[in-house]
Each structure stands twice: as C-alpha cells, then as structure tokens.
Design a protein around this ligand. Structure first.
Ligand code: NAD
Length: 418
C-alpha cells in the first residue's frame, strides 16, 4: 500500500475542520510525543474488519503503534470472526475484551480504548457516537451516520460536544480523503469552472445481498443480518450508498440543499421495505439544482460519480476539469482513501489539531433522508422541516437494547399516501 501523499496542510484547506485556537495548539504540544493509540471496533462485519485493517496500516505508515484493545458486535460469530482475523495478523484481543449484544458498545466504550471505530448499520450510529463522545473518545465512524432527522441532529449535537472536548472525528466519506477529489475541489473553489450552475450525481448499480430468514432468528437478528433491505436500518440505498455523492455535491457547493423534490419506486425487490430506485432534484442556495439518481437493479446502465457544470467549464469532481481557460491538474501520487482517512485522523491527533467531520457527514446524511422522504411521500421537502422534524424510525436503537423489536411490514411506501 502506498504511503499517504496528502499532507494535512492540504487537507486543512479543503475539508471542514473545527479545531484550531490556542488551546488546541497547547494541547498539541503536550501530545507531540505520543506514539501509540488504543483502538476498538463496534460492528465487526465486512467494513468493520476492513476499517480496523486500514487503521492498522495507517498506524504503520505513521510509524506509531496501534493496539486493538476491544471488539464489540451484536452477534458472537461476528466478534469471533474479527478476533480470528486479527489474531492471524498478530493482534490478540483477549476474550474478556470481546463484547457481544446490543449493549456491547457501552462495554467497549468503558474500556481504556482511545479511538472507537464504528461500522454497525447506520441506525445505531447516533447513539453509539453520542456515548463515545460523552466518554471522551475519538471516533472514526462509517457513513451514513443516521437514518432519520432525529438521528442526524443527534450526530450534529454530539459533534459540537466533541469539538468542545477537542476530540477527533473522521467519517467514512472517504472521497474527502482522496488526493484527486481534494485537488479537484481546491481548483473548483479557486474558480476553475467559475460559479457552479448545476450538476448530476449518480449511484446506479446492481442489487446487493439478501439473507433468507432462518427459523431461529428473532426479528432483531433478521433485521441486522438483512439491514441493507430495511429503511429502519440503512435509511434506504439513497442514504446508505448515494450519501457519498451527495456529500461531494455539498462539499463542492459549500453547503447542503434547501429543498428536495423526487420520486422513486420498487420493481425488483421482493423483501424488506426499501425502494429500488430514486430520482431527486436537490435545490441548493442560489437556485443551483443538482439532479441525483440512484438505483440497485441488475442489467441496467450503471454509473457512480458526479458531474458539475460551471460558468467556465465542467468537472467530474474526482477526475478531470474541462474548462476555458484550461486547467492543469497537479500530478498526484494516490493513496488508498480508506487508509488515508485513518492516517489523517491519527495524524491530526498527534499534532493536537483534531479533525472534526461530524457536521459534514450529518448534513450529507440528512440531505439523503430529505430526498428519500420526498420520494416516499411524493411531497416537496425542505431542510427547515428536516431540522425541526421529530420523525424517528422504529424499531429504535433503544428497542434493540431492550428487546422490543417489532418487524416492519415488508412492503415499500406508496407516494401520495405515505
Ligand atoms: N465507506 C464505504 O465505502 C463503506 C463501504 C461498505 C460499508 N460501509 C458502511 O459500513 C457500515 C457497515 O457495513 P458492513 O457492510 O460492514 O455491514 P455488515 O452487515 O457486514 O456489518 C455490520 C456489523 O454490525 C453488527 N451490528 C449490528 N448492530 C449492532 C449493534 N447495535 N451493536 C454492535 N454491532 C452491531 C452486525 O452484527 C454486523 O457484524 C454501514 O454503515 C455501511 O454503510 C461503508
């Protein structure tokens, strides 16, 4: 794996960072000598195992020791899988530090862990994040970070507390840690394509997995093992996947959309309660419209990416800029953005200038939720409504913890009636 090539100085210019100030610098000097981190993982599935490996690689690239001190998952087989994987790579996590159950996150947070990695399905994230910040832990959290307006605002609030506490928070919106996106965004912010007038963003691809319900699975286990089919768990795929592209639009446009009008439907799925496709018109300040499309249906045209149109040209955000006058892209040595995000988090902590990405990822998630609600209901939905809404999907994280999970009906919403 390449050593990271994006310096934090570049990053500071291009990502939203809430740090700085004399206090942080002073704390930074005190921390300058720190050469190790104790890390723990909540959610030991596919991405969680990937994230912890990325974190360990980042530690190596930074020349510091990273010690995995605890693991947590709702289910034993998942914790065990991660424990085995880590043991093979020389990282022993003792059994008494492997926690199982829907309250396992509390036990992990109560250890001496310093950085908590979060990779459960997104509906749990606001509660896990708030608990970690309350306990004074730094956090890497996978996107999306919630599934409803209440959850998004909980992330925003906990993010503010984290900033006050000088904690570091990085989100799994890895394009913000990708050298080509960072370089492109900087050029666009400097006026390479002039004022942005409009754009398109896409996450169109085939279907994801589904696991047939086993007799012994209670409703909670069925939902967790099939979380990508239930809006209550994933926020639907507009939130779960397309949040990446919405985040890019927000980043390049310097803020979130104000209004969403969209539609969607279900043609392929037989299970769960999500849609198969969405098309949303997001209106940003200044009347800029971004057309968003996402789909999970096999055998169709696919595209994952972004395209922005400005007064002087266009950009694919992560790639070329076509503009008059011509824009020369800098030569970039690329690194793996999945590793770079951990590198950037730990480097920022070592320097005493903790990164803070909670607000950005919460806004991208809330924009996705706003688009979904517009498509589900068939109504125009505004950001102001989302910021006031007490809409909170059930089963809630608390229902999982208290064993009160009721399975949602496995049918999609009907626009005009939902
Ligand atoms: N950044 C990216 O490109 C990227 C890629 C893949 C996944 N993700 C995100 O990572 C997250 C996890 O996705 P995944 O593919 O690893 O899913 P997964 O199903 O493989 O893993 C989720 C794990 O969380 C566990 N879990 C569920 N609820 C829990 C709880 N309350 N407490 C503790 N553990 C719990 C599950 O048992 C499972 O092991 C999702 O938010 C997903 O959107 C991000």
């Amino acid at each position: 794996m390449d050593k990271p090539v994006v310096s934090r100085r570049d990053f500071v210019k291009s990502a939203a960072i809430v740090a700085g100030g004399a206090m942080v610098a002073a704390q930074g000097e005190a921390q300058e000598q720190k050469k190790s981190f104790k890390v723990g993982l909540i959610g030991c599935g596919g991405r969680g195992k990937g994230a912890i490996r990325n974190n360990l690689s980042a530690g190596k690239a930074l020349g510091i020791e990273v010690k995995v001190v605890a693991l947590a998952d709702a289910y034993q087989d998942r914790v065990h899988g991660a424990q085995k994987m880590l043991a093979k790579e020389g990282h022993e996590v003792p059994a008494n530090r492997c926690f199982v159950g829907f309250d396992a996150y509390k036990k992990l947070i109560a250890t001496d862990v310093e950085i908590v990695l979060m990779a459960t399905p997104p509906n749990f994230r606001p509660w896990h994040f708030a608990a970690a910040i309350e306990a004074g832990k730094h956090v890497f959290m996978e996107k999306p970070v919630a599934v409803d307006p209440v959850g998004c605002r909980k992330i925003m609030e906990a993010g503010k507390l984290a900033a006050q506490k000088k904690l570091g928070v990085v989100a799994g919106t890895q394009r913000r840690h990708s050298a080509n996106y960072i370089a492109n965004q900087k050029l666009v912010a400097e006026g390479a394509i002039g004022k942005i007038l409009s754009g398109q963003i896409y996450w169109c691809m085939g279907k994801l997995w589904f696991k047939k319900r086993k007799k012994e699975w209670d409703p909670a286990e069925y939902l967790v093992r099939n979380w990508v089919s239930f809006t209550e768990m994933s926020g639907d795929h507009i939130c779960e996947q397309h949040v990446h592209n919405i985040d890019i639009a927000n980043w390049f446009l310097g803020g979130h959309p104000l209004v969403a009008v969209g539609f969607g439907g279900r043609a392929r799925r037989q299970t769960g309660d999500q849609f198969d496709f969405f098309s949303i018109d997001f209106e940003y300040p200044g009347g800029v419209h971004i057309q968003s499309m996402c789909r999970q249906v096999n055998g169709c045209w696919n595209r994952v990416g972004e395209h922005l149109v400005g007064e002087k040209g266009t950009t694919s955000c992560g790639g070329r800029i076509d503009a008059t006058p011509k824009v020369k892209m800098p030569k970039l040595k690329r690194s793996d953005p999945y590793m770079q995000e951990h590198y950037d988090l730990m480097e920022s902590l070592l320097k005493g200038q903790p990164l803070m990405e909670a607000q950005n990822v919460a806004e991208a998630t809330l924009a996705a939720v706003m688009g979904r609600i517009s498509a589900y209901t068939g109504q125009k939905v505004t950001w102001d409504e989302m910021m006031k809404s007490d809409f909170h999907l059930k089963p809630t994280p608390e229902d999982f913890e208290t064993g009160k999970v009721v399975l949602p009906r496995e049918e999609p919403p009907v626009p005009g009636k939902a």
